[in-house]
Design a protein around this ligand. Structure first.
Ligand SMILES: Nc1ncnc2c1ncn2[C@@H]1O[C@H](COP(=O)(O)OP(=O)(O)O)[C@@H](O)[C@H]1O
Ligand SMILES: O=C(O)[C@@H](O)C(=O)COP(=O)(O)O
Length: 430
């Protein structure tokens, strides 16, 4: 394995796996596998990039650090020459962590200083300018992310936000330097390292900026960021003759389908509205769940009763409703209960024959995929930016889409089911 990624949630892991598998147009990507948790056995010999998916974004700092270091140890044992720490393009974290502590721990373990920290993902509207993160034309803290159920993002100055999580000074490479290209970026990172800056926010406004940052990082033991930070990395290995850039063929999976949504993001709410116009949907009554009046069997019965019509079950709700539910039942308690409900429902559905499963939400996807007991996923074509089709091999293959809350066009759900079934994806000839 050439490149190892430690991702702090499962949707984020498939997002960066997609970037690495795709590579740059014309030059190809790396043969990439998404692992679910730290594997207990070696990777296949033909795996060039391995993405270890953790569920470490919103857990206590010490646990996140320990899990990330365990992932690092496994990736190094597979021979990785470079490590990426993947976090959210909207920098989801609390002032207590976990991006800073995990980033610093990995950097110390690898002896790295002046480490890139760049969540930019311009295709989905995330850009970084003078250390401030924008979502579209809004600052992060006015983008809707300030209402996130677990990690409300209330400061767009991510250098300041990261510094609150870090023990060591946080640097900045501004866009004026980035636009001068990879040599200038490399020199600025080296200067940051000599000043004792362990993590360095790097501005990026476009894919060209990210490719330049990737080229500047060819020899870096560690880079950190959103999936955009991986845009230029496969090319470093291909240019060095270490990888071929060829992509394995994707074979879709037919059979019964279900959609589960626990994300409360704006994008997911809009996708639910679009889907409910033509398909059966079951909104979950969260108060009833908390009172024990709604259970797995109710959700499973709904999906089975609407087989073949792309049934959707969702707990997603507006910020006002989420705030009311959290005040009534407790933030953690609601999230734990709902994540558990989706996980058990998915397990029952797959045991009952579901072969195509779409899940919306990072925490939700982590809970679902963990419950399914899968250990590795092959990366298929991109459904929408940041969301690939995934296939778990086995006696009966299972096709999955794990959608980050904020990703995907309004017609995402039905499009995802079609691509999982083998229909042509974005940019592919019919
Ligand atoms: N109606 C609701 N009220 C409160 N919390 C909810 C509700 N629905 C889902 N949640 C919780 O909110 C969290 C959403 O996070 P996640 O699944 O990561 O979505 P996203 O990808 O949008 O961040 C989950 O832990 C989920 O259980
Ligand atoms: O970087 C991103 O935006 C995504 O890959 C991601 O991590 C999103 O997380 P969720 O919104 O929790 O799915």
């Amino acid at each position: 394995m050439l490149l190892g990624v430690i991702a702090d949630d499962f949707t984020g892991a498939s997002d960066i796996a997609n970037t690495l598998a795709k590579g740059l147009p014309g030059s190809g990507g790396l043969a990439t596998t998404q692992f679910l948790g730290v594997p207990s056995r070696p990777a296949a010999v033909d795996c060039e990039a391995g993405v270890v998916s953790l569920k470490s974004r919103s857990i206590p700092v010490a646990e996140a650090v320990a899990q990330s270091l365990a992932a690092l140890a496994w990736l190094r044992a597979q021979g990785c020459r470079q490590i990426v720490f993947k976090y959210c393009s909207t920098f989801d974290s609390t002032p207590a962590g976990n991006i800073g502590p995990v980033g610093e721990a990995l950097a110390k373990a690898l002896g790295a200083q002046g480490v890139v920290a760049c969540p930019a993902f311009p295709t989905t509207g995330r850009t970084v300018y003078r250390g401030h993160l924008f979502v579209g034309d809004r600052l992060l803290n006015e983008s809707g992310l300030e209402h996130h159920p677990l990690n409300p993002m209330t400061d767009a100055d991510i250098r300041r936000w990261l510094a609150r999580q870090c023990e060591e000074p946080v640097g900045l490479v501004d866009w004026g330097t980035v636009r001068r290209g990879s040599d200038a970026i490399r020199a600025a990172l080296a200067a940051a390292a000599t000043r004792g800056e362990r993590l360095v926010i790097v501005d990026a406004l476009s894919d060209e900026d990210l490719v330049a940052i990737g080229a500047a990082s060819a020899e870096a033991p560690l880079v950190t960021g959103g999936s955009g930070i991986a845009l230029g990395l496969p090319q470093n290995f291909i240019a060095a003759g270490l990888a071929s850039g060829r992509r394995p063929a994707f074979i879709g999976v037919g059979g019964p389908e279900a959609i589960l949504a626990g994300s409360c993001s704006r994008a997911t709410l809009a996708q639910i509205e679009r889907h409910r116009a033509g398909h059966p949907v079951l909104p979950i009554d969260v108060d009833a769940v908390m009172a024990g009046r709604v259970a797995v069997a109710d959700l499973v019965a709904f999906v089975r009763g609407h087989a073949g019509r792309a049934p959707l079950v969702f707990s997603s709700a507006s910020p006002e409703k989420v705030a009311r539910l959290q005040a009534a039942h407790g933030r953690e308690a609601v999230a734990t209960r709902l994540d558990g409900l989706f996980a058990e429902t998915a397990r029952a559905l797959v045991a009952g024959g579901i072969r195509r499963l779409v899940v919306a939400g990072g925490e939700t996807s982590g809970a679902v995929v963990s419950a399914l007991g899968l250990d590795a996923l092959a990366i298929g074509p991109e459904i929408d930016p940041g969301v690939p089709a995934l296939v778990a091999d086995g006696e009966k293959p299972l096709a999955l889409a794990l959608k980050s809350g904020n990703f995907g066009a309004e017609d995402f759900f039905s499009k995802a089911l079609a691509v999982l079934g083998g229909a042509p994806a974005r940019g592919e000839a019919a």
